[in-house]
Write a protein that binds this ligand. Sequence first.
Ligand code: PNW
Length: 475
Amino acid sequence: TLLFCVKAQYEFPTEFEFGVATASYQIEGAWNDGGKGENIWDRMTHQRPDLIDDGSTGDHACLSYYKTDEDVGLLTDLGVDFYRFSISWSRILPNGHANQINQEGIDYYNELINRLIAARITPFVTMFHWDLPQPLQEIGGWPNPFLADIFVDYANILYKEFGDRVTDWITFNEPLVICEQGYSTAGKAPAYTQDGIGGYLCAHTLLIAHGKAYRLYYRDYFEEQKGRVGITLDSRMYMPADEESQEDLDATERAFQFVLGWYANPIFSKEEIMKSRIEAQSQEEGFLSSRLPSFTDEEIQIIRGSADFLGLNHYTSEYCTTLTGSEDVPRPSHSADIDAFRYQSPDWESSGSVWLKVYPEGLRKLLVWIKQRYNNPEIMITENGFSDRTGTLADCRRVNYFNSYLEQVLLAIHEDEVNVTRYAAWSFMDNFEWRRGYTERFGIYYVDFEDDDKPRTPKMSAFVFKNIMQTRGID
Ligand code: PNW
C-alpha cells in the first residue's frame, strides 16, 4: 500500500490534547484474580464460545492487570497527554453492590492512576465499558430500572476513591451498543434478543443512571475535586443517498434521531421525535402503550444538561434512503422504528471489520452536525481507529486512516469552529475485540497473543501518531 502524502495546512491548537483509549475487559485479563467478581463477558465467553469468532475469551487478554509499569512506560514513550481507560465494576465491587468493596481492585487502579500522574499523563476514566457484574444481570441487567441507583452507588465509590486525582469522567461508553446490541440484537453480552423492547428499557435506565451520577458529582464532589463528567456516544455520519430527495433527507434525519438523538436529545436538547414515532408504531403492532417508556418531569430535570462534554466515538459513515419493503425488517424492532435503509459506498476503502469503511469527510460532517444541533457543545473524540486482521507492523492503511481523519478534525476546528478539544486513538494496543475475539486488531501497538507474556511492539502508526502529537500537525 502506498502512503498518501498529506501535508495539512493547519495545526492543532496548543490546548488540544491527544491520547489513546482502551477498555478493562478488552485488555486487563486476570478475570478471576485480585478478588475480581464475574461479569457478563466472563460468563458469555465461558458458556457460549460459539458466539465468539475464534472461541476465545478475555481471561488473559493483554494481561494489562499485571503490566501497569510497562504500559505507562509505553504511554510515556508515545507522548500522550491523556490515557482513556475503563474501570472494571466487578474488580471494585465483586457482586456489583456497594456492600462489599474489593481493596485489591482499588489498589490496582490507584497504582495505574498514580503512575500516570507521575508521568504527567491525565487519566480519563470511563466508569462503564460494557462489563456488567454478572449478579446484576441475574436481576435483569439494564432493563431493570433499579440498576440506576445501583450504578450511582458504584459511581460514588469511584469519585470517593479516585476523584482526588481523576477529574475527567465518562459515565457510559456507547449506550447505543450496550442497549441495542446487548438487549435487542445479541451483538454483545448478555446477547438478549428483545428487539424493539429490551433496548428501550435499557436506555431508560442508563439515562437516569447517567443523570443521577452527574448530579451526585456536583452535589458532593465538584466543590472539592473541580472535575467534569460527560458521556460517550457513538455515531456514524448519516447522509442522504440523494441530496435532492426529501424522502432520503427524512430517512437520514430518522437515522440520526434514533441513533445519536436517542441519547443526545434528552441530555443536550429538548427534541423528542422518537416518542411520537414509537408510539404510533406500537399502536399499529397492537401494544396497549408505547414500547418507549417515558420519563417523569423529575427525571427529565435530572437528565437535561447532565454532561460537561460530549464524548464521541466515530469510525465510519452511511448513506440513508427509504426501505423498499422487500427487506426483512422484523417487527417490533429498533430498525423498523427507524424505517430507513442504511448502506455504505462500495467505493470506500474496507478494513478488517465488515462494518468499518473509510470515509474521513464523515467525521468533519458529523462534528458540524453536532455543533449545529446541540448548540455547540464541547466535543471530545474518545475513539477513532482502524482494524486489520494481520497485525502487520507496517500498518500503512492505519496510518492513512489516522492522517486523513485527523485532517478532517483540523478542518472542523479551523474552518467550522467546532469546539473539539481532545482526540483518542482506538486503540493503544491490539486487544479482545468482543465477539470478533482476537481476529480483528485496532492497536497502534502489536500484541503477540500466542506468547504467554503478551509482549507489545509499536507499529508504524505508533511512530506516526507520536510525530503528530509532537509537531501538532500532519505530515
Ligand atoms: C467501539 N459504529 O464500538 C467500542 O467502544 C470498542 O470497545 C471497540 O473495540 C471498538 O468500537 C472497535 O469495534 C463501536 O457505529 C460502536 O460504527 C459503534 C461503531 C463502531 C464501534
